[in-house]
Design a protein around this ligand. Structure first.
Ligand code: 3HC
Length: 321
């Protein structure tokens, strides 16, 4: 009985130390003791974030060979390469929590782990590449700038690095949209059509309303989230509406209206049925995205095996020297 009491006391002290660190705004590092629930919350969010970065390479990758100029192709290639790197940073940061890359990939392939809703929509033409860069990366920036102050050290540091590259992504997308809006009537129509198709799914990227979010209260309590889903969504709307107006695009929301009293835009209702349908796997491209990831993962097995064999060989050499 005494040992049990001692264990409980130690547990209490460790939990108190963790909470004091969180309250002080100190970073929690991999070697720190942390509640299992905190660790699991981060494993879930960080692995899904990493999956999103990698799956997000697919819709844009389809347009590398169709880019309208060499410059456009170079920019798109650089952006997609960045996204792959963001995935690697995030998988590596998630591994510090004690989950392996293989486990995370298996969760993605089994459907246990999600990735962002937005990547289940098709990129139909070049204007979509502009809309993805401007709206999707624009939304990601709003979310990720906030995540730079997340309480888990490795995640926060990954965000600082990723945000530096994300702003180039948003700007290149906006440049494509601005060029098309300064172009022919057909180009204007293409850009507006892309705006109409990508606006609402981009708002859904921030997650359900705070009142419907099962994770936000813990995330805010543990300072994993420094802003809630609705706060970040509002921030994105307020800055993007002005950007759209500058280049002559219309936001596809008849209820969008500046609210002087609140100092922000009121907007129409989001179609959460569509959100949950897409997140549940019934989006336009869910099956294609996952099938492609599984195919390429299998095709790349030999690279992973060769890298692992090389690592083991080097380790043996070091041990014998
Ligand atoms: N797509 C898919 N699932 C989503 C989602 C979305 N946009 N938003 C929420 N969900 C899921 C959550 O994962 C959770 O399901 P789970 O319990 O099975 O994980 C459920 O819906 C409830 O949502 P919550 O809001 O309660 O969940 P979170 O507290 O995790 O908040 C989040 C959701 C705001 C997306 C948060 O996870 C987050 O900030 N993640 C990090 C950012 C991220 O993942 N961004 C994805 C895009 S990356 C990107 O765009 C790359 C860019 O370079 C192109």
């Amino acid at each position: 009985m005494e040992l049990l009491e001692k264990t409980d006391q130690v547990h209490e002290v460790l939990l108190k130390t963790f909470e004091e660190k969180i309250n002080r705004g100190d970073a929690i590092e991999p070697r720190d003791r942390m509640p299992d629930a905190y660790r699991k919350h981060l494993m879930r969010q960080m692995s899904q974030h990493a999956h999103s970065e990698v799956i997000g390479m697919q819709p844009e990758g389809n347009w590398i060979t169709r880019a309208p100029s060499l410059r456009a192709k170079q920019i798109l290639l650089a952006k997609i390469q960045d996204e792959g790197g963001h995935g690697l940073y995030l998988y590596s940061a998630a591994e510090t929590l004690g989950i392996t890359r293989d486990e995370m990939i298996a969760q993605l392939h089994s459907g246990k782990a999600k990735y962002s809703n937005i990547f289940n929509y098709p990129a139909l033409n070049w204007a979509d590449i502009g809309a993805i860069g401007w709206l999707v990366d624009g939304a990601a920036i709003v979310n990720q700038v906030s995540l730079q102050r997340t309480s888990y050290g490795p995640y926060s540091r990954a965000m600082v690095r990723i945000c530096k590259e994300e702003s180039f992504h948003q700007r290149q997308g906006y440049e494509i949209m601005a060029k098309m809006m300064a172009g022919t009537k057909d180009q204007n129509d293409m850009a507006q059509d892309a705006m109409d198709r990508w606006w609402w799914p981009s708002l859904m990227m921030f997650g359900p309303h705070d009142s419907d979010s099962p994770h936000t209260s813990d995330a805010v309590k543990w300072k994993i989230k420094r802003n809630t889903n609705d706060e970040l969504r509002q921030k994105f709307i307020d800055k993007t509406v002005q950007q759209a107006e500058v280049i002559g695009l219309t936001i596809p929301d008849k209820d969008l209206k500046w609210n002087e009293a609140k100092g922000c835009y009121d907007h129409g209702a989001i179609n959460w049925d569509e959100f949950y349908r897409v997140v549940a796997g019934q989006g336009p491209c869910n099956k294609q995205r996952l099938a492609h990831h599984k195919k390429v993962h299998a095709e790349g097995a030999w690279v992973r095996e060769a890298a692992e064999a090389y690592r083991i060989k080097k380790e043996k050499q070091l041990l014998h020297n």
